[in-house]
Write a protein that binds this ligand. Structure first.
Ligand code: AGP
Length: 608
């Protein structure tokens, strides 16, 4: 996620901006920049790469003299990580300069409108639209220009803005992306997050949605979108610096689990337009979608697990045969492709060696490829014929959660779109499923409210040595992810089994009090899975069931039940995975392990 810092006061701004940005590095970024008013005009420096590059370019900020400025670390969403795409962005005469965290969903429409009025763009970013739109509306009153821009812009944004005509002021605006203001002893601040300014002040103001802040060296004034002044109370931050980097969460993994509603919303909303699914970046015409005869979904680890779910969704809805492959296997088995094949590579990092090799193998055979990737500009994103980005923001914890959830969303959208184009589903089913998709963020939020209950249950299993996850159909796919989450961060041996497979061997491992987690979200398979639960229970297992609200029948075959809100059976993985993530997190936490950095594992496996 991008980071923003602004300062205006008695001190030189640039060193303070660099220091503040360094405290936001944990958010993940790929370029950085600063803009400082130097007494005459706004001076800017920006560059691809880490903050160190910026520090060296500006000799620690000394080549950017001035007492007010804004700084930015960019996590690329629109436009690869390059010098030109780095922030700040500015209008034609650099008299208005802006830094931005978020996604402007209607930026293409606004860009075309501005180009039609003669504006020229130099970058690929959505943010540059804001600089020119502010220029378009600016008639000498910054507040008025900002207010007008806010009425036109759709999406999420936290902005820091400099107006050359008003060198004693910095403006900040917030909608959905976090932003705070801070009152220091010799100057005032804006920032994306507390750590950036905690060294200078513990008195902060949390900016609400559609609020504007005017910051001078002596004052902070707050306004609503209609330019009416609003009164705000400051908050006293008691966190220590290290805690604040995680916004108060003990580990990044829990923070990212809690970011899932927003990550799912950010991945979903820009692709839902006028009761339809519009995936501009797919690069496939309806004719090309109709011509798809087979899909391969190729990935590793959790990304592979999303493919196992997607197989059921694609085959169930779009009636296209799907083969799901581990990238490490796919790349060596000389797959035989038929005409009309589409290979989808799923990868959070976009750098996983096996997945990249699988992509290259498919391309060498002349097969069409699509990447589903979270890191903009990563190798898989660049080398696939087309890329569908998941907008989860940077994921720091090794165990994936929000990226996994957004990978599911991306594949749901694809499967639904393909099903509609191929007339495999009628419009009422399509609309009903869109409605279910749009409910998912709130339903995930609801499930996150169970954390205390799940933590209490998890604490009973800190010493356990074996856990089994079972399910049928999509429930089997959920079992795979539940099992991986537990073993990779708690080091407890765990296996996932197609429930129907138990009697072919694994059931011999069930002993008194063995924990078996049963996924029971597929209505037409309830009875089958219930009988598997009874099989293990009669052999001494303790059964934890994850099922749909109202499925009380499960209670006869389970010792502990977690109920999920109602959704379409194809989407239950997005809900069932939440309690499983929390369960694994609290077992690892209870065992005193480093949840974010489990032993032997790396966030991105860039080697074979
Ligand atoms: C999941 O929690 C693991 N971190 C791991 O399985 C991961 O999903 C796998 O390495 C694939 O990574 P990628 O999505 O970056 O390609």
């Amino acid at each position: 996620m991008c980071g923003i810092v602004g300062y205006i006061g008695e001190q030189q701004a640039a060193p303070i901006l660099l220091d503040g940005l360094s405290k936001l590095e944990y958010r993940g970024y790929d370029s950085a920049g600063m803009a400082v008013y130097n007494g005459k005009e706004i001076d800017m420096v920006k560059s691809m790469g880490k903050l160190k590059v910026l520090e060296e370019m500006t000799h620690g900020g000394s080549t950017l003299p001035g007492f007010s400025g804004i700084g930015h670390t960019r996590w690329a969403t629109h436009g690869s990580p390059t010098d030109v795409n780095a922030h700040p962005h500015y209008n034609k005469d650099s008299s208005i300069v802006v830094v931005h965290n978020g996604i402007i969903e209607n930026y293409m429409k606004l860009r075309r409108k501005l180009e039609g009025k003669g504006y020229q763009f130099v970058s690929e970013t959505d943010t540059e639209v804001l600089a020119h739109l502010l220029d378009y509306y600016y008639k000498g009153d910054p507040l008025d220009a900002i207010s007008k821009v806010m009425y036109w812009v759709e999406g999420s944004y936290a902005l820091g803005i400099l107006f050359q005509d008003f060198p004693g002021e910095i403006y900040a605006v917030r909608k959905d992306s976090p932003l705070i203001a801070g009152q220091g002893k010799d100057g005032n601040f804006i920032a994306s997050d507390v750590p950036a300014i905690l060294k200078y002040t513990r008195d902060v103001y949390f900016i609400e949605n559609q609020e504007i802040v005017k910051v001078t060296k002596d004052s902070l004034n707050f306004y609503n979108i209609d330019k009416e002044e609003v009164q705000k109370e400051s908050s006293r931050i008691e966190w220590d610096i290290s805690a604040a980097e995680k916004e108060g969460y003990e580990y990044f993994m829990l923070k990212e689990i809690y970011e899932q509603p927003k990550a799912v919303m950010d991945t979903l909303h820009p692709r839902l337009k006028d009761q339809d699914i519009v995936i501009e970046e797919l690069g496939m015409t309806d004719e090309e979608i109709l011509a798809v005869s087979k899909i391969y979904i190729v990935a590793c680890g959790s990304a592979y697990h999303t493919g196992v779910t997607a197989k059921y969704v694609f085959e169930g809805l779009a009636r296209i045969p799907v083969e799901v492959d581990l990238a490490s296997e796919f790349r060596y088995r000389r797959p035989i492709f038929q005409p009309g094949t589409l290979v989808i590579i799923v990868s959070q990092s976009g750098e996983t060696a096996d997945s990249l090799a699988a992509l290259r193998e498919a391309k060498s055979c002349g097969v069409r490829t699509l990447g589903i990737v979270n890191v903009v500009g990563s190798s898989i994103a660049r080398e696939a014929d087309n890329v569908l980005y998941t907008w989860a923001g940077p994921e720091i914890a090794v165990a994936t959660t929000k990226a996994y959830s957004t990978q599911l969303i991306a594949q749901y959208l694809l499967a639904l779109k393909f099903a509609k184009v191929r007339n495999e589903i009628d419009d009422s089913q399509f609309q009903s499923m869109l409605y279910d998709l749009e409910k998912l963020p709130d339903q995930i939020e609801f499930l996150l409210g169970n954390k205390e209950k799940i933590q209490h249950f998890a604490n009973r299993y800190l010493a356990t040595e074996h856990v089994f996850f079972i399910g049928r159909g999509i429930d089997y796919a959920i079992s795979l992810e539940g099992s991986l989450k537990l073993k990779e961060i708690s080091y407890i041996h765990s296996e996932a089994y197609a429930a129907g497979e138990l009697k072919h061997g694994t059931i011999s491992l069930i002993e008194q009090d063995t924990l078996v987690v049963a996924l029971v979200t597929q209505k037409e398979l309830y009875k089958k899975t219930l009988s598997n639960m009874q099989e293990v229970r009669t052999r001494g297992a303790f059964v934890m069931a994850v099922t749909n609200a109202g499925n009380k029948e499960v209670e006869k075959s389970a010792d502990y039940v977690i109920y999920l809100p109602e959704t379409n059976p194809y989407f239950t993985n997005s809900l069932a995975v939440i309690p499983l993530q929390l369960f694994s997190y609290y077992v690892s936490l209870g065992k005193g392990l480093d949840v974010d950095k489990p032993r032997n594992l790396a966030k991105s496996v860039t080697v074979e």
